[in-house]
Design a protein. Structure first.
Length: 361
């Protein structure tokens, strides 16, 4: 493992995407959001994605500097096409449309179709919470069939994340944000690069055997090579038996089918679809009951006697907030292979060896 300062990594990622053809503003956004994923402990959605994003840019799976196109609009609703723009650019644009409408109407829904990878969905819950709004997001990742439904061994769902964001006065928002698979695909990637091992029941092979071995998903691979999930014979398992599998199913139907991105099926080009709902607590809660009641509830939950006397009971978003503070101060831990792959990618787009070495120096 090596440790890299967050600011230096942000700047390197921005330089890489700038050199690869993105505007400086977009390149900086990509750096900003990928590094937040590392800061919050979601390394699977952090800078390890750089080589794959570059590959997608080269192949036209994702396009530089796109604006979302509003296809349909009412005072409370919008359908927007991301035109395969970078998720880090088009997702905040879509969220801002939802915020504007919810501020005007108390409630809004935005269907985002054909987005490049939107990364950590919690970023979008946080963006809405910063504007004082509650939000709910159903997401699918079309073109990325990786997850077996409850009772099955074949890939049918994407890792289809679900997110709820709730603002709090004077405190970080509550952010529930997870893949509906036992692990996100990036966590399998991370484990395959020597990062945190997978839970023992994370994967299922074609013969129905349960496994934690990344080769089940990727087949054989060289240490710094791009992982290719089309090469493996198995699948990631949906979390929470029939309940988690049911939530994944609904993320596909709402985030995929209803947005027009398409529910996951073989042969699609990768795109995220996201159906988001926004509620303004100022409108639904005219007596101002909600903040104090939620705060009292949070306190009761946190006061639960812990199983492990040395560990706290946490609320959604709390582990990320804690880690963010720690990693801002102490740097981002990265497996050597992940750093190697980023360094190779940086040099391949024209950055000098000296520029890359500055980051670890
Ligand atoms: P995870 O399993 O780490 O779960 C994270 C959630 O659980 C957070 O809300 C966190 O606050 C909460 N949590 C964690 N530990 C807790 C504890 N001890 N007590 C209370 N709450 C706790 O997340 P994941 O499933 O690995 O997903 C990782 C990221 O991947 C997410 O940000 C998700 O949006 C993203 N993702 C994106 C895509 C995409 O296509 N864009 C696909 C899949 C996942």
């Amino acid at each position: 493992m090596i440790t890299i300062n967050a600011d230096r990594m942000r700047a390197l990622v921005a330089d890489i995407f700038s050199a690869a053809g993105c505007s400086r503003a977009e390149a900086e956004r990509i750096g900003h959001y990928l590094v937040i994923a590392n800061l919050t402990g979601h390394d699977s959605h952090g800078v390890q994605r750089v080589p794959r994003y570059l590959e997608w840019l080269r192949s036209g799976t994702v396009n530089a500097d796109r604006e979302v196109k509003v296809l349909k609009e009412t005072p409370v609703l919008a359908l927007v096409d991301a035109q395969r723009g970078f998720g880090q650019t088009v997702a905040p644009q879509a969220v801002d449309i939802g915020i504007r409408k919810a501020k005007a109407m108390g409630l809004s829904a935005v269907a985002l179709r054909n987005a490049g990878h939107i990364g950590r969905v919690g970023d979008w819950g946080e963006r809405a919470a910063e504007a004082g709004l509650v939000s709910v997001h159903f997401v699918n990742a079309a073109g990325s069939a990786l997850v077996a439904p409850y009772g099955g061994v074949e890939r049918r769902f994407s890792t289809a994340p679900y997110c709820v964001g709730v603002p709090r006065a004077g405190a970080a928002p509550l952010i529930l944000d997870f893949a509906t698979s036992i692990v996100a695909e990036g966590k399998v990637q991370n484990a395959s690069f020597g990062g945190k091992p997978l839970p023992a029941d994370a994967l299922v092979d074609r013969d129905g055997s349960i496994s934690a071995d990344p080769h089940v998903l990727y087949g054989q691979y060289a240490p710094t090579a791009l992982r290719d999930y089309t090469k493996g014979s198995g699948a990631i398992r949906a979390f929470g038996d029939h309940k988690g599998s049911g939530l994944a199913f609904m993320c596909e139907v709402l985030g995929g089918s209803l947005t027009g991105t398409g529910a996951t099926e073989p042969g699609q080009v990768f795109a995220n679809g996201m159906l988001s709902f926004y509620i303004d607590p100022q409108v639904i809660d005219p007596e101002g009951y909600f903040p104090a009641d939620a705060a009292a509830f949070i306190a009761r939950v946190k006061a639960t006697r812990p199983i492990d006397p040395k560990a706290d009971v946490l609320v959604p978003g709390e582990p990320e907030e804690r880690l963010r503070r720690e990693r801002e101060a102490n740097g981002l831990p990265l497996p050597e292979n992940t750093w190697g792959a980023i360094a190779e990618a940086a040099i391949a787009v024209g950055l000098s060896k000296a520029r890359v070495q500055e980051v670890t120096g």
